[in-house]
Design a binder for this molecule. Structure first.
Ligand SMILES: [Zn+2]
Length: 209
């Protein structure tokens, strides 16, 4: 085999990664060829000189770097995990958050006669409403109405009045036009209020916000 081929093979021979056949070829050649023998020794020497004496010393900083890196990876994973949990919670509770900052109570009332009588207006299936947070706008929204018989849409204005726990009228005869809202003045936080509605026949969708 030619010297240049042998020298190409030397690195893998030294590393012990070439085939047995190649290795024996190299060994046979090396025995007889001074030049290639020299080359091989030169290739082996720096490896022994540089790497081996420093192996132990070199390990320490690597270990340190590895440890630091490991901590970074763990921290990053934890952070990702936390962000995922928080995002999940936010998504899950968006309704709750909304309800907290933009409180709203729904009322549906059927008025079956055109009598001029006040009818109780329940919100969230309670016959009273408490403005339990500062975020209540204390407004009534006339969100729409429909005919009880046909379900066809109507545009009817309504009258609202509010009584306190003693039955005293605190807000009287407030008109809320169809699709509009009206702010109710003088209502306090954390008091029970009872709402009443007067309107033409129909089913009314009223929101308290
Ligand atoms: Zn040679």
């Amino acid at each position: 085999m030619k010297c240049n081929i042998i020298q190409d093979l030397l690195p893998s021979y030294i590393d012990g990664v070439c085939s047995k056949e190649t290795a024996s070829e190299v060994e046979t050649h090396i025995k007889d060829c001074v030049q290639c023998n020299k080359t091989m020794q030169m290739m082996q020497q720096p490896t022994q000189y540089i790497v081996e004496p420093n192996v132990e010393e070199a390990k320490e900083p690597f270990k340190r770097i590895n440890k630091k890196r490991r901590i970074q990876v763990i921290a990053a994973s934890l952070l990702t995990f936390l962000i995922m949990i928080i995002s999940y919670q936010v998504v899950q509770n968006v309704g709750v958050v909304n309800q907290f900052f933009f409180p709203m109570a729904h009322g549906i009332v059927n008025i079956t006669d055109d009598g001029e009588e006040w009818k109780s207006l329940n919100f969230n299936e309670e016959n009273y409403l408490i403005y339990d947070r500062v975020f209540w706008k204390k407004s009534i929204v006339n969100s729409g109405s429909e005919s009880i018989d046909s379900g066809s849409e109507m545009e009817s204005d309504i009258l609202i009045r509010v009584k306190d726990i003693n039955g005293k009228v605190v807000v009287d005869d407030i008109q809320v036009k169809s699709g509009k809202s009206v702010k109710l003045d003088g209502l306090k936080k954390n008091e029970k209020y009872f709402f009443e509605i007067k309107a033409p026949q129909g089913r009314y969708f009223i929101n308290a916000i």
